[in-house]
Design a protein around this ligand. Sequence first.
Ligand code: GN1
Ligand code: MG
Length: 363
Amino acid sequence: MELHEILAHVGTAFQLPGTMDSYEVIPYGHINNTYKVIYRGGDGALTPYIFQRVNQNVFPNTVGLMNNIDGVTSYISRKYPEENTLHFFRTAEDNCYFTDETGFWRVTNYFESDTYNTCEDPEVIAGVGEAIGRFQLQLADYDGQPLVETIPNFHNTRKRFNDLFVSAQKDVCGRAASVAEELAYMQSVAETASELSDRYAAGEFPRRVTHNDTKANNVLFEKGTKRPLVVIDLDTVMPGMAMYDFGDAVRFIVSTAAEDEPDLKRIYFDTGKFRAFCSGYLKQVKNALTKPELDSLVLAAFSITLESASRFLADYLDGDVYFKIHYPEHNLVRARSQIRLAQDIARKRDELEWIVRETIEQA
Ligand code: GN1
Ligand code: MG
């Protein structure tokens, strides 16, 4: 079947009114396949939808995943009816997913929006912080159905590092010798980077409902206004550490360059952007987080940046089986850029700690 036939078939399964008019591929996201699909209603009006084919290798428990998302989005729309939420369309059997030989599909409403992969505008960066903080606050008292771990040990940094060292040992593609320098660096920081996830495992931090994939392009902004609209990509919403959501977000949006910038000289952790992010985020959550959590924000940024490096590097060693790549060394480039960013975070650690403390006092 051609892609347009598959999409039309999926639209029918979700009982969308009218007929499919056109579609385009949304090229962001390293895991799922995403399409904007436009339907023409009986009156000729055009309505866009988001169709997603969920990657079942990455998410084997797709039904558990959709139950999580259903629980979380229904909770938010019940408790905060005035806020934007994702709406999942349903099949005739009243499922929010549809599965056949072409894959596991879901369909949501489409938001006309701006999104950012890199950004210079402090107002937008503060907006990303605000959206992530707000999302955490909304879910702080979540009492819906228990959430399953869609990917067990997703942000277990200790395990991510160990997995990397195992991949290096196995060396199935014969690439380990070429990344000896990166591996040596990862060995040298493994303890520091794993500290928070070890302490989380020991029960030192609250288990919260967290997003776990807070890249800035998962925050949609109202078109032209720099006002955050809604947080999307809820596949990894599950129990986790609040400060890792903070860390993952700043890893992405506070960098001076894209996650896969090949020119390392262009990659810095920008303290001005960090201040902007902190102001938006901490205004929301400074009273909701515990002191140990607030004290760990900067270390969380360092840790999750290196956790990302370990995942990209492990995938490079394993033969690029997990993340989508656009050229052969893409995962290696991503790993190097994350290492570079983490090194800059380490260099600026005192200043960053100071910015967090100052922002808490002012927020
Ligand atoms: C993946 O699907 P996407 O692109 O939003 C990954 C994240 C990584 C990110 C790196 C389920 O997110 O954990 O941080 O790539 N998601 C999963 O860009 O592994
Ligand atoms: Mg994602």
